[in-house]
Design a protein around this ligand. Structure first.
Ligand code: IPE
Ligand code: IPE
Ligand code: MG
Length: 249
């Protein structure tokens, strides 16, 4: 029986963010090279996205390439970039068919021109879709994002377009690349590590955290459903007491 039957559709997380880790180790354990793991990782993204649309999830963000990942061997970076182009091109018709809107967060200016062009074209094409929003975190790091936000707000203050007293949590959120996307309710990390690796540090303030040893290429529909079932068993208190939550005091 599928775990999908255990999910309460009225209490879905609004936004799930995933650190897709373990592609390299998955491939190595099969005697293959890392790029094979990344290819299978793309299949997992497709399956998880299908599962997300099936249950009606509104936002899914996947950590696809971090700022720090630019420091990997050139061949691996190139392989990842060309995989990105081919995956976007291949998946675009299905994104349209399934009413999925593509977004990207991160320092997109650092991406090679062909990757950026393909990405922006798909974002534009799917911008009117109203089903699940899939956000790719690309050349993304949270410290980069927060630093950029600070820089832009400072510029606006200096130019007289923003008052000092208007620098609020909401303003800062509006200057992040995630503007318009609600904060994640659930963070999933595959691959066994229990760390955040510079991902959505601001936005994850009150997210529930789900860590699994499963490598990303093995994380498919059932694993997503399992993570959601776990999420629905948590009591989210946001600093309050359990009594306040349960008796609405
Ligand atoms: C995640 O898998 C994909 C990216 C970071 C691009 P890894 O490539 O980090 O795989 P491991 O962690 O080395 O197994
Ligand atoms: C995090 O995975 C980044 C992505 C999944 C894109 P890493 O494999 O780069 O993280 P670390 O190096 O283990 O922290
Ligand atoms: Mg890794």
């Amino acid at each position: 029986m599928s775990l999908i039957n255990e999910i309460d559709r009225d209490r879905l997380p609004g936004h799930i963010a995933i650190i897709m880790d373990g592609n390299g180790r998955w491939a190595k354990s099969r005697g293959k090279d890392r790029s094979y793991g990344h290819q299978e990782g793309v299949v997992s993204v497709r399956k998880v996205l299908e599962a997300a649309t099936t249950i009606g999830l509104k936002y899914l963000t996947v950590y696809t390439f971090s700022t720090e990942n630019w420091n990997r061997p050139t061949e691996e970076v190139q392989a990842l970039m060309s995989l990105l182009v081919s995956a976007i091109q291949k998946e675009t018709p299905d994104l349209m068919k399934n009413n999925i809107r593509l977004k990207a967060i991160g320092d997109l200016n650092r991406l090679p021109e062909d990757v950026r062009a393909t990405l922006l074209e798909c974002i534009e094409l799917t911008s009117g879709n109203t089903g699940t929003t899939l956000a790719l975190a690309l050349s993304y790091s949270s410290r980069w994002e927060i630093t950029e936000a600070a820089r832009r707000m400072t510029q606006e203050v200096a130019a007289g377009r923003l008052a000092l007293e208007d620098i609020t949590e909401e303003q800062l959120s509006n200057h992040l690349t995630t503007v318009g996307i609600p904060d994640p309710d659930l963070l999933v990390r595959t691959g066994g590590e229990k760390r955040i690796s510079n991902f959505l540090l601001w936005q994850l303030s009150y997210a529930e955290l789900y860590f699994t040893d499963i490598f990303w290429p093995d994380f498919r529909e059932e694993e997503l459903y399992g993570a959601i079932v776990y999420y629905q068993q948590r009591e989210r208190r946001f600093g309050k007491t359990s009594e306040q939550i349960n008796y609405k005091q």
